[in-house]
Unconditional design. Structure first.
Length: 380
């Protein structure tokens, strides 16, 4: 499925842009509301979309290898790739986490650690029937707030609960196991669905699968918009938002440097980790998958800019580390008018470096190349 790399490339570009905004852009309190809204939307189109499409591709791969690779090598492949990503995430924590001391700074739910666990979740949840996976995904989404609050309340009263809180939430709770495991669970359902349509190898089946994916994406999007109205209200204010209880909701770095009093009202579906945000994120992800699947895999559209975006997708894991070289260069130094030219030059430079690396070095020894080598080893 060629569109997977394209969507991964788009989402990693959004992640790079979002991180550049957080690190480079100089802004005042008068622009905090607009920037927070923009970054909240980018959080849906960037890391959350990336998590969904990677989990989606895992289930797609599991379907493809059923009956081709024996169960034991297939399991070992998933486990090794999962632990490799977790190891990269731990190294990433060690580089970026300055708020904790060693060895606590090794642990944290950054996107790489979560993707490693997503491999394991997808593999074992894939053994269940679809309706069971769907129910488990809903349980994770709706029961997570209660579990999280119980852990928060009990962590100072019981050392075992404190350990559980540290493991489940962690000092870096950007993509905590709860509730983001629900994305991995749901993605296996839709990944299996579209794989079966591709196996039919007919234009009618492809169109039907595209329409179904777009339909389900629209339904999830509508559910995400309606949930805040039905549940706890449409607006989060200073009075009902407590970042201590919901630390991973505070995934927008701007909120850490500016008091929440400057954000008089943000739609709840824009706060990462809330049920409505998860439904909207999965809905948008499915719409992207459906549209790009139709464009890239059915119509076979080939354009230079799409190939460049796919190049970013093929090297997405490596880019998480490569950006660390550039982000400190202009830390909070660029006003808005200077930011955009520097941002464009930054993205073009990264694309040029990836192109040269792939053409003359076969992407050796990038982290994505290592993952591919692990997979090739188990195919033999």
């Amino acid at each position: 499925m060629k569109s997977i790399e394209l969507i991964k490339g788009f989402s990693i570009l959004i992640i790079l842009i979002s991180n550049a905004v957080n690190y480079w852009l100089v802004f005042g309190n008068e622009s905090i509301y607009i920037l927070t809204l923009v970054l909240a939307f980018l959080n849906i189109l960037g890391p959350t979309l990336y998590i969904f499409i990677v989990s989606f591709s895992i289930s797609f791969t599991l379907n493809k290898k059923m009956g081709i690779i024996p169960e034991k090598p297939n399991r070992n492949l998933v486990l090794i790739q999962g632990f490799f990503l977790i190891s990269l995430g731990i190294v990433f924590n060690l580089i970026t986490n300055s708020s904790s001391f060693f060895p606590q700074n090794l642990w944290g739910w950054n996107i790489l650690v979560f993707l490693g666990f997503s491999q394991l979740i997808s593999y074992y949840i894939f053994k269940l029937v679809r309706w069971a996976r769907f129910v488990i995904g809903l349980i994770i989404i709706f029961f997570t707030p209660g579990i999280r609050e119980l852990l928060f309340i009990g962590k100072d009263l019981n050392p075992i609960v404190d350990i559980l809180y540290f493991v489940v939430v962690s000092p870096i709770p950007s993509f905590s196991l709860l509730p983001y495991a629900s994305i991995s669970v749901f993605s296996t359902v839709f990944g299996e669905f579209i794989y079966e349509s591709i196996e039919l190898d007919s234009s009618t089946g492809n169109l039907h699968s595209t329409n179904s994916i777009l339909k389900y994406g629209t339904i999830l999007l509508i559910c995400g918009l309606l949930l805040p109205i039905i549940d706890i209200g449409y607006i989060i204010t200073v009075e009902n938002y407590n970042p201590l209880i919901y630390p991973f909701i505070d995934a927008i770095p701007i909120l850490k440097t500016h008091p929440p009093t400057f954000i008089s009202g943000i739609p709840i579906f824009l706060y990462a980790g809330t049920p409505s945000n998860l439904f909207i994120s999965m809905g948008i992800s499915l719409l992207f998958i459906g549209g790009n699947y139709y464009r890239k895999d059915i119509l076979h559209k080939k354009k230079f800019k799409l190939n460049i975006i796919s190049l970013f997708g093929k090297n997405s894991i490596t880019l998480f580390f490569l950006q660390l070289i550039f982000l400190p260069l202009f830390y909070q130094k660029l006003p808005l008018l200077m930011f955009f030219p520097f941002l464009m030059a930054y993205i073009v430079l990264l694309g040029f470096l990836l192109y040269l690396w792939q053409k003359y070095g076969n992407s050796i020894p990038s982290f994505d190349w290592m993952l591919n080598k692990i997979e090739e080893r188990f195919k033999k």
